[in-house]
Design a protein around this ligand. Structure first.
Ligand code: CTP
Length: 422
């Protein structure tokens, strides 16, 4: 019976024992459910634990969090709580419940229910299994284990995609992630929901969340292809066309991300999904992209990066494609841009000089600073004011172009500049 629990890493087993003991003291039984169970059976690492009890989920979570002395957030309106055990490891708790969809594509109404009700409200059979923490028994009312073995994604009932069309994205995400197949009847239902334009009825913020999850998967290009085939991208904008050129760009983006991760390990983590989104929206102009950002509620910083990619052309491209460009110019063009924008541009323009200039920027100039400070200028008798900035810019430019190499030479240059002005 401990067949599955035995496969759980020791640290998690300790935590789950604790959960079980607290539940037992409250005379209830706690179950692991959902994606964690699926991944446990598949042997895939997952650190998002979901616990359901037929009783007070929030109370259980509170006792668990205080026994560990860690942070908890409670969502009373949903009857759920999340305990943050350590960075990257969290446990979600909820009371078992049933759901009712008052209208398609809207959030469900929720009321208490049995464990079976709770599993029955879920998306696919492979996500609708539970494991008892008392005896390790697998609870599988809907044939999830059999479907997992046969690598099949199957909805629990015919209205599943209508009730919650985000499941269309989820089906595709899991299908591509695990190399599974959407079972024929479920596929028919999925296509039907697409024809009924159910994707367009989801609140755009929910659509965005699912799209981001898709673009964060290991191979988003595959996922995008499958969405294009099964659903199209009208749900983003009917004019959005994914053409062979887009796929070539998306594949180049994948290579550039690999290149960055391999060569620049110490830099800030990339928002890789933003780069893929740049590729996906390639056929649209800046105005349409702006509208999409507003509709889907993207953050200002995300919008800024998407637009700066779109707007980097003309002078920017010609200058960066010249072998004779001065390093200070490379710096001036690229330093204001994000890594995401720079990598998308490097993916798009397959010009070796352009690429080399970007590599030089990333290798040498990015983040380059000068050694002299305001105190040094004051020491030379320069009064604080806008002049400081001008002098610093000139010194940085000289440093980028290799004309000064250390603080001494920077100071010498400044003295020279001051002499010229006086
Ligand atoms: N779920 C559902 N319908 C949805 C979203 C979630 O039925 N639209 C259920 C599924 O049982 C799922 C569980 O809630 O397993 C947890 O959801 P979530 O954390 O979003 O997904 P995971 O299945 O854990 O997937 P991932 O590995 O991508 O996190």
């Amino acid at each position: 019976m401990k067949k599955y629990l035995g496969k759980i890493p020791e640290e998690l087993q300790g935590l789950l024992n604790k959960v079980h003991n607290i539940a037992a003291r409250k005379n209830t039984e706690a179950y692991l459910v959902g994606g964690f169970v699926r991944d446990l059976i598949l042997g895939v690492k997952n650190l998002d634990l979901d616990i359901v009890i037929e009783g007070d989920g929030i109370g259980l979570a509170q006792d668990f969090a205080s026994s560990l002395g860690v942070k908890i957030t409670v969502h009373r309106q949903f009857g759920t709580a999340t305990v943050f055990v350590r960075p990257g490891l969290k446990v979600d708790f909820s009371s078992s419940r049933q759901e009712h969809y008052p209208s398609p594509a809207h959030l469900p109404l929720v009321k208490g229910g049995s464990l079976k009700d709770d599993l029955n409200r879920r998306d696919f059979t492979l996500n609708a299994m539970a494991i008892s923490l008392k005896d390790g028994k697998l609870v599988d009312y809907f044939g999830g284990l059999n479907d997992l073995r046969h690598k099949v994604i199957r909805v629990l009932h015919p209205l599943s995609f209508i009730d919650d069309p985000t499941r269309i994205f989820r089906a595709i995400r899991f299908e591509q992630r695990y190399n599974f197949k959407i079972e024929p009847e479920s596929l028919k239902l999925l296509r039907q929901a697409v024809r009924l334009k159910m994707l367009e009825r989801i609140h755009p913020h929910r659509t965005r969340d699912d799209l981001v999850l898709i673009l964060k998967e290991k191979n988003p290009v595959k996922e995008i292809k499958r969405i294009e085939k099964l659903a199209g991208f009208d749900f983003i904008l009917p004019q959005l066309k994914i053409i062979p050129k887009t796929y070539a760009l998306l594949k180049a983006i994948k290579r550039e991300i690999g290149y960055f991760h391999k060569n620049y390990t110490g830099r800030r983590p990339l928002d890789t999904w933003v780069i893929y989104l740049m590729g996906l929206l390639e056929s649209l102009d800046a105005k349409k992209i702006k509208n999409i950002c507003a509709k889907f509620g993207l953050r200002k910083g995300e919008e800024k990066r998407l637009l700066s990619y779109k707007r980097s052309q003309g002078r920017f491209l010609t200058d960066l494609s010249r072998a004779s460009i001065a390093p200070a110019r490379i710096f001036a063009l690229l330093e204001p841009l994000s890594y995401e924008t720079i990598l998308a541009l490097r993916a798009k323009y397959n010009n070796p000089v352009f690429k080399r200039n970007i590599t030089d920027f990333l290798d040498i100039y990015n983040g380059m600073r000068i050694s002299v400070s305001g105190d040094d200028l004051a020491g030379l008798g320069v009064l604080p004011g806008p002049r400081y900035r001008k002098i610093f810019t000139q010194v940085l430019k000289a440093k980028l172009n290799g004309q000064v190499r250390n603080k001494e030479e920077e100071l010498a240059l400044i003295k020279q500049l001051l002499r010229k002005r006086s």
